[in-house]
Design a binder for this molecule. Structure first.
Ligand SMILES: [Cu+2]
Length: 90
């Protein structure tokens, strides 16, 4: 019975990873609030789809912003710093 319970627990944990929530980040930028949602958690090498929404100080959606995604990695042993930019589409 204990073994059965262990198997169930492992299945629940595995299911938890399969159905893990999207990776989300919320950050204030001046008077704006920026929400970023990545479809993979954790993000993967390759394609990751980002959904970005911006609200103004009155919590109204900003619909005419030009958004650029600026991402990178600090230098680490054996790898130089890397910086990239990606355009977005509405
Ligand atoms: Cu690295």
């Amino acid at each position: 019975m204990k073994k059965f319970a262990t198997v169930i627990l492992i299945l629940l944990l595995a299911a938890g990873f399969v159905y893990a929530k999207d990776y989300t980040v919320m950050k204030k930028a001046g008077n704006y609030m920026v929400h970023v949602k990545i479809d993979k958690n954790p993000p993967v090498t390759g394609l990751n789809k980002l959904e970005i929404s911006i609200q103004d100080a009155r919590s109204a959606d900003v619909t005419d912003a030009t958004v650029t995604v600026d991402y990178g990695m600090a230098a680490m042993p054996g790898m130089p710093a890397m910086n990239y930019k990606a355009k977005t589409e509405l």
